[in-house]
Ligand binder design. Structure first.
Ligand SMILES: Cc1ncc(COP(=O)(O)O)c(C=O)c1O
Length: 315
């Protein structure tokens, strides 16, 4: 299974759960999404699937990835944990891949407290996913092995599954949250526009590129520090942002840098572009309840630190 290293560990761990091997393809230097050219280089006869992550909310190059999957007979799984509400060439996330996975973790654009969902329009995937969710048990006579059954109470376990059911309480919250998605998207896009405008004027900051075919509902906003133009390290900048009362995060440590992957034999250097991007990125606050003042304060803090740390004081 091929995926990106610039993601939350879950995008790669899913392969390990089923005995598959995660292979990491490098990312596009401007969008930070998985690069279709790098996917092609990593495909072997053992490749079965591609897990493409819509990093920060921007949809991957879905048509190119679809074409690769069709050419090599691979399953296209889109990890849309960040991208609910986004679209690509006018097509909404959830309609592009063979399966699209969502996360409703509390920090996500739409939350159910915890949990997630998978969308597919493929009957066989739907059946397998339904079984995996409910202990491998089915009430569907059409796929039972021992039918005709004994009565309407009868069900069969026909594979080995898990309990991945969502509770009704979570579903109720999710329904209410989904109705607010248009508002969440509008506000997130307003904030992103303000950030983009402020930071694209600063030579020490590289702004993540949004491709014209995308209408992105961003979950995360990342600034990338051009450390050659600054006298500080990323760590110092991060700590200075905290001192300015702006709590930041880093998304993400390249997955194969973690000890667990190191013990499996993965080493640094597999995806040089992702590793280089990682060294300079910082996620700044982005959530719909931010006031205009919060947004201005964040921009002000970044500008203040950049002018303090910049190498070229005349810039
Ligand atoms: C890109 C990505 N994929 C998968 C996940 C896993 O989602 P969950 O924690 O809901 O299982 C996350 C969660 O943060 C994520 O960011």
């Amino acid at each position: 299974m091929i995926t990106t290293p610039l993601t939350f560990a879950a995008s790669a761990n899913c392969a390990l759960y089923c005995g598959a091997k995660p292979i990491f393809a490098d990312v596009d230097p401007e969008t930070y999404n998985i690069d279709p050219a790098s996917i092609r280089e990593k495909i072997t006869e053992r490749t079965k699937a591609i897990v493409a992550v819509d990093f920060t909310g921007q949809v991957v190059k879905a048509d190119e990835i679809r074409a690769i999957c069709d050419e090599y007979g691979l399953i296209f799984i889109e990890d849309a944990a960040h991208s609910i509400g986004s679209s690509y060439n006018g097509r909404t996330v959830g309609t592009l891949a063979d399966m699209t996975t969502f996360s409703f973790h509390p920090v996500k654009t739409v939350t159910a407290g915890e949990g997630g969902a998978i969308l597919t329009d493929d009957d066989l995937f739907y059946q397998k996913l339904s079984l995996a969710r409910t202990h491998g048990i089915t009430h569907d006579e059409a796929i039972m092995e021992e039918a005709p059954h004994e009565g309407i109470w009868y069900y069969e376990q026909i594979s080995l599954g898990y309990n991945y059911r969502m509770t009704d309480f979570q579903a109720a919250l999710l329904i209410s949250q989904l109705s607010k998605l248009p508002f969440f998207k509008k506000r997130r896009q307003e904030i992103v526009r303000k950030y983009d405008k402020a930071f694209s004027e600063m030579p020490e900051i590289i702004v993540q590129k949004d491709l014209p075919e995308n209408d992105t509902c961003r979950h995360l906003y990342i600034i990338r520090l051009d450390l050659k133009k600054l006298t500080c390290t990323r760590r110092e900048f991060f700590d200075a942002m905290s001192a300015e009362n702006v709590q930041c995060q880093i998304h993400y440590v390249p997955v194969y840098w973690f000890p667990y992957y190191n013990h499996l034999g993965y080493r640094k250097g597999i995806c040089p572009r992702a590793e280089e991007i990682y060294t300079g990125i910082i996620s700044i606050p982005l959530y719909p309840k931010m006031t205009d003042q919060d947004v201005d304060d964040t921009i002000h803090a970044v500008k203040k630190l950049i002018s303090y740390y910049r190498v070229d004081k005349n810039g």
